[in-house]
Design a protein around this ligand. Sequence first.
Ligand code: GLA
Length: 737
Amino acid sequence: MKTAVLAMAAVLSGVVLQGQPGVAASSAIQFDAARKLWLLTTGASSYAMGVGADGTLQNLYWGPALWRLADVPAPGPRRDVSSFDPRQMMQREEYPGWGGPRYYEAALRLSRADGNRDLVLKYVSHKISGNDLDIDMSDIRDDGLRVTLHYRLYPEYGIVRRHSTVRNGTAASVTLESAQSAVYNLPLGDGYFLTHLTGRWAMETQVRREPIQEGRIVLESRKGHTSHNSNPWFAVDRGSAEEESGGVWFGALAWSGNWRITVEQTPYRQVRITGGMNDFDFSYPLKAGESLDTPAFFAGYSGNGHGGASRLMHRFENERILPGGVKAPVRPVLYNSWEATTFKVEEAGQKALADKAAKLGVELFVMDDGWFGKRNNDKAGLGDWFVNKEKFPNGLGGLIGHVRGLGMKFGLWVEPEMVNADSDLYRAHPDWVIHFPDRPRSELRQQMILNLAREDVKEHLFGVLDKLATEYPLDYLKWDMNRSFSEPGWPDAGAGEQRKLWVKYVTNYYELVDRLRAKHPGMAIESCSGGGGRIDLGVLQRVDEVWPSDNTDAFDRLKIQEGFTQAYSPKVMSAWVTDVPNMNGRSTPLAYRFLVAMQGALGIGANLNQWVDADFALGSKMVAVYKRIRATVQTGNLYRISSPRVGDMTANAYVSQDGKQAVLFAFRHAQQFNTPADPVVFRGLDEKAVYRVEPVVDGKLMGQWKEASGAWLMHNGVTLNLRGDYDAAALILERVN
Ligand code: GLA
């Protein structure tokens, strides 16, 4: 009987059974119709759900891959433990409404027109189509309110994508007070640890790890953009996971506005991770017939520690998130003018820099801030996106022609969402900025934010950017956003609708970028927000590169990059070589600066007018080396061998997807007591293979051998002659057999 039920369910869901009942061979989604259970398998992990006797949808499993749906028990009936501990609190609901006796973080809270706020969601129906599962839920009163939970599996990557759609099918309007994307329930028990990324301007993506105990840890942004302070990514383990071992549950939100991830442990040893748009100052009215889609909340599980989790994410991002996917080319070596010339850009000076950049082997020349309006400092000009005729009397054509004549592509900096009070645009449209009437309009970096939630503002910005990209052959646009929101008013929207600004601003920003890309497909886009203020999976779906931090101090970058790569691919991690002394008044050698930056998408941001011949010689060599290894760095597997948070050595290895090339980068902070550097033990190689070992910097590899086996390199390691302060080495390994 059971076999028959499973076979039938298998036919319905496209499962192919191989002889044994319940063995799914080719489908990622299995469904047991009789017991109303789903088993979702993606890569090396599985996720199981079922419908309880009361109609609630409950998570039953998330962890290493399962193959036998028959093993998964249906959610059993539960009894209240006490009048203070109702049965609802013992269940691991997939998407709980705020209603009945539920006291944990709700996935959906709403208020009906008559003031009724009770919402208890129950399973209605579902649809399986390939790797997609949609589950429809309604309130127990079945008043027309529909919630659809979307699950999409990416079996080649071990990733699941979840989000929800809330549809108001009632006759009256309903106001959403919190609409989360998804809740991820972890296996019952305690002793979990949370790893997350924290920071501030010039100190983004710092790794933090802390125990999860009863209560809530809230990671969030209330700043209108993703923010430097916290990044919408998490990793959770049971206390014993390390860089290359142990189970790690991880996830990331695709949302570039106010977001929140709540990690909560209930008194019943449930750990629940709820994520989506922040419910802070959130209010989203839905008229009858309207709906809201929540942003995607991706998640996965790796049995190979934090390193394994990041490698899954990197490959997934490179191949399925970034524009162009697997077909997207490797990122070019760029030059950016900002640190060299700041606002003092003009045609002759930029041409001179371009000549020097071209000699180094740079492929893309980007002119940063200062080329438009009355932009001589940060007090004026934002909003006036026409070429400054004093700096460029003949427009940008002369410079672009020169740059292209040198064999480089050309890119331009813009900050479309912003306006200075001293600008023609603000003088013409003071009502276009985000503001409350008769309240201060706080300026940060002397600028205000255009209300992109407004259709007229959106259309104006599309017109401006489209004109720029049509008039000039732009290969690259660095899209900046240099302040956080304040006084988030939208007077024209009316009192009830004003707070839609938080959502509409972001969806219109996405639409703007998407339209621009569609019309100018050859123009790559960089996301920058005063460094790393807008980096998340939502923006990564529509840009090619991101600027992780305005801090280009190479030693500080090691920690920033360590955190960045927990969540995001080195391919998008723009990293420049700049001048010293840098932030902290620190000076590091040029080779060290190059090797730090070569671990991502290499750029140069130095004032090349001050470089001497020896700098150009070293720079040219490093750029040439980078071009040989960049496919491995940008699209390979990253092994973080030694963390900058521990000891005085940092080491990272990148191994190409085909295993033919590997690159090791090693950095020493401060040698003491004449102690030699510890051997660096490789990871990710083939023990049986032999590799040709080539040092990038002379004199750094101890020992005479030119070839070594994977076994030797991974078990004994290599000894590097790293001495003094800020010493660095790199090795290129080419597989010879
Ligand atoms: C921000 C960016 C910098 C640079 C300046 C220009 O700070 O992060 O890279 O573009 O703006 O004003």
